[in-house]
Structures are given as structure tokens and as C-alpha cells.
Design a binder for this molecule. Sequence first.
Ligand SMILES: Nc1nc2c(ncn2[C@@H]2O[C@H](COP(=O)(O)OP(=O)(O)OP(=O)(O)O)[C@@H](O)[C@H]2O)c(=O)[nH]1
Ligand SMILES: [Mg+2]
Length: 606
Amino acid sequence: MMRKIKNIAIVAHVDHGKTTLVDAMLKQAGVFRKNQEVAERVMDSNDLERERGITIFSKNAAFHYKDVKINIVDTPGHSDFGGEVQRILKMVDSVLLLVDAVEGPMPQTKYVLKNALSLGLKPIVVINKIDRKGSRPEAVLDMVLDLFIELNASDEQLDFPVVYASAKRGVAMHGVDDESRDLTPLLDTMLEHVPDSEGDLEHPLQMLVSAIEYDNYIGKIGTGKVVNGAVRQGDEVLLLKRSGDRILYRVSRIFSYEGLKKIPVEEGVAGDIVSIAGLETVDVGETIADRENPIPLPLIEIDEPTLSMTFMVNDSPFAGKDGKYVTSRNLWDRLQKELQTNVSIRVERTERAEAFTVKARGELQLAVLIENMRREGYEFQVSKPRVIYRELKGKRTEPIELAVIDVADEFAGVVIEKLGVRKGQMVNMSNGNDGYTRLEFKVPARGLIGFRNEFMTVTRGTGILNHTFYEYEYEKGEIPGRSRGVLISQSKCKSVGYALFNLQPRGELFIGPGVDTYEGMIVGEHSRDNDLVVNVAKGKKLTNTRASGSDEAIRLTPPREFSLEQAMEFIADDELLEITPRHIRMRKKILNAMDRRKAANMASWS
Ligand SMILES: Nc1nc2c(ncn2[C@@H]2O[C@H](COP(=O)(O)OP(=O)(O)OP(=O)(O)O)[C@@H](O)[C@H]2O)c(=O)[nH]1
Ligand SMILES: [Mg+2]
């Protein structure tokens, strides 16, 4: 007899507890051996995921509950990866919509719910983190209901089951005040409400590829749901490409999911989620079909990128000091390799042989690529990210984001003012709990680049800013860039504490003593709006041979540190980020001060 299968994705805003809930399910379903050491958030297995504490790639797992095989897909909550969630939804029969019992629905909750509803899925709502201080499950449930209504849910969809949970404690219940020791109420709700994944076994094979990965030994692997029919190892199948091409391949391996593992199997049958190797050119959204009777499934649309950045060979005076891969050929090949598995980015050549354009859905997506590359030993430079404009009826349109902001009441005014300058339009304002105000804005993506630093300053680090792509609209007019200039090193030298001390009144420094700098390298932010060239090595008259930087007499303010994303947002159009395995430096595009002045003059004449 065929086993029943149910395919479910967990979707939510970032950090609402998806991966933690999958942990708890797998544990309680007996996927791990007794006493086995299991890392927290075991599905976040990638290095960057563990460091950042967020999910970047969606992942499959499977467990058995009361004779049903449940394929569960953990998805990323950050808005840059929304496109991935959109694709994953095509391989499941229902979703668990998680909502944080304190925060309530957030921009990405809306995005994933909108997509799930439009595919006709009937979500199960899970109000999570009810153990948190400030938890307000009833109010949050009301907000979720409003969201369903706003998104035009059908009557059937509106009639959603609700489960309350603490993923962290591994408990779930039907009523907020019910006693519970485990996730049984949630699992039972899943069995009852998620339709069985059925397909027609007699029908010719149709499998929709929703995700791809690359394995060094077996090559490209496509993962997705077998919608109809069956596929066996060694079968010849037709790959129906997005381009319309049809290519014959032999299936070399098939895997099904058990726990966290991919298990080699002889065949994949209708209803199950499987991974298939042997189709060298397989891509997301394409159909793997029967060779005699190929019938394509509807293609999966892929969101167009909204942000672009130039990646170029490192030509700073320190080029080649720590990188293993430094040539334009290395850079191009690595970017091409990225395209193999990352469907939402684009890579283009530019008129310069050593520079390439990389387009993506957001800054985090670009930052993840950059971070991975520097870990692999690449050295290169990138420009400030720019939004991608589009034409509509002969006029320019630009990407608009929907931003949701939670701030203490006293900061609401200044945040509204700052976003006004950035052409933000307030669409909603409401009082949350505990003296917090929630503000909702439609704001050009262009206006948000670089805003986070400022936002953190004006809210003294207490504000929460979330945003997600909303739509393209006609261009909103000029938005001012960085309001201050930078401090620039005048020559190749090692910084000296005494010199830095004397520079402190000029602005905020980004380096401490003993740092190698070069002419044109940015070492701080000027307190005025113009750039200033400074000498970071000007020592006191050396009367004895005291080591630089160890002067006890001077007190240096700790330098401002930047994360990669902060640095990407900070730089201006005439500046670059130099990325090496060991350093991230900011620099002027034109390193020499005289040359910069000449270039500026030329620009003002033309
Ligand atoms: N108090 C409390 N904390 C929770 C609960 N569930 C998750 N968390 C915490 O919330 C944080 C985020 O949890 P994750 O499971 O990584 O959230 P996620 O939805 O997978 O996040 P992304 O994949 O990045 O979108 C972690 O610090 C968890 O420990 C819960 O039920 N109660
Ligand atoms: Mg996660």
C-alpha cells in the first residue's frame, strides 16, 4: 500500500521561530537518536546562517506521524529571499503561517500570506512565542484575521485553524490557556487540515523543479514535487526548459527525504518531494517530463532584481596581499558559478573588462554573496548598491518598499521627519503596547539605502525597522545622499595613536592605531559636509622610541566599526569597498586628492 504524504512549508516574517519549530517537530518525531547531540536550529546548517542566526536557504526535512509522511520545508523569513519562498510554495499542499505573539504580523508575513492565498492554499495559523513577555495572542489573532481580509481570502481560507505555540519549549495548544506538554495539538491539526499530496500515478511523469543545488560529485540536483506519474533511476526523461528547449537526460540518482537526510531511492512517486541528479542544465521552474508524452507544468515566475552593484578587480595599493583569487577571470568564473544555483541574481559584463554588474533582490542577498566569496579567498571591490529603474509608458519608475517601524513614542516625530526627507509616505500609524508607536511607510528603496545607520542613531538603537519590496512607482524626485564628508588618508602609512587623537575633533574615526592605510583610503567621517585629507601618522616629535599607539597619555575613542551591509550603505557613488579575506576597507574611487579635484572640475564643466 502507498503511504500517505503531506507536504507543508513553514512561512513567516524573519525571526518568528520557523527553524526552531522544525527543530522541535523533528525531535518529537524521533528523528534523532536518543542522547544524540543536536545543535539548536539544526536546519540552519550553513556557516553564514549559523553566524547570523537567520535562514538563508530553504531546506527540506521529513518525518512520520501516525503513518503519514510529512515533508516539511523550512523557508527564509528575510524579505530578500521572498522569491525563494514563492517558488517553494509550489511544492506544498499547505503552509503553517507563524506569527510572533508579541510583534504580530510584519511586512514579510503579508508577503508570504499573499502568495500562499493566491495559490489557493489554506494556511494553518500558528501564533508562536506565547511564552514571551508582552505576548498578546488574542490581539495578534485579530490582526492576522484583518490581514486575511485585507488580502481577499476566500471564505474557506478565512476559516483557518489556529494553534498557539512556544516553539522554543516544544509545546502547542488549541486554546491559549490549555495545558500542553508537546506539539501533538499542532501535529494533529496538520493531519486533519493539510490535504494529502496526491497525484495520478498512471499519468505520464510531471515533476516541477522548485529548488536547485550543486554537488561536487553528482553535479546539479533539482528538487521538487512529483506532480504526476513516477520517475525511476536510469529513466530517460525530457527536461522542458524555460526557453522552450527540450533536452533528453538519463536520471542518475533519486533522493527522498528522511529526517534531515537525503536518502537514495529507486523511484520517486506522485505526491512526494524528491531530488533528482543527472539533468545537467536543470533550472528552477522547469518541468521534468515523460519522454514519450511530455506535458509542461505552468512555469514558475521569478521576481526581477531591484538592486545592482558593480563587482570589480581590486586595484588598491594593497591588492593581492591576502586573496587567493584576484583576477577578472577568477571573478567572472565565480559569479557564473553562483548563477548555477542562485536563480534570483543576474550577472552582466560591463564596457570595462575588469568590472561586472551583479543584480539582486536586496542588500542582504548581495552581502551574503560577497561574504561567501571572501571566505573562499576572493579579493575584489564593489560599488555602492543602486536601485534598478524601469520604464513605464516612457517614464522612469523606481522600486518602492513598504517599511514597518516600531519606535518608542518619543522618537516617532523625528523618524517621520527623516523619512519625509527620503520621500517616504506614511500610510499608517498606530499605538502599540508599552509606549511604542508603529509607523508604516511607502518609501523609495533608494531612500532606504543608508537610512538604517541614521535610524539607529536617532532612535538611540531602540527602533526596529523592517521593509520589503512593494511595487514600482514613478520616480519620486531627488533624495539627499550622505550628509557628511569623509576623512581620507593622505599617504601610505601606519596609523599612529597620537595622530588619531589629534584628528578626533574633526569627526568620527573608523580605524585605531597600528592600521596600514593608503592614499585615498577612508579612515573616518568628517563632522562637516566636505571630504578632508588627513595625516594619520603624524607623530609627536620622537624623543624616544616608544612604540606607536601605546602612548599612555592619550585616550582614544574606540573607532566606529562597520558590518559589511553597513559599509555597503555608507559609501557614496565616488567611493568603493575593498573586500579581501581579512579586510573590508572603504576608499575613494580616485585615490589621489589632486586627481579627484580635477575629475570634479571636469564633471562640473560638462
Ligand atoms: N521566547 C521564545 N523565543 C523563540 C520561540 N521560537 C523561537 N524563538 C527564538 O526566536 C529567535 C529566532 O528563531 P528562528 O527559529 O531562527 O526564527 P526563524 O523564523 O527561523 O528566522 P529566519 O529563518 O531567519 O526567518 C531565536 O532566538 C529563537 O530562540 C518561542 O517560542 N519563544
Ligand atoms: Mg529560520
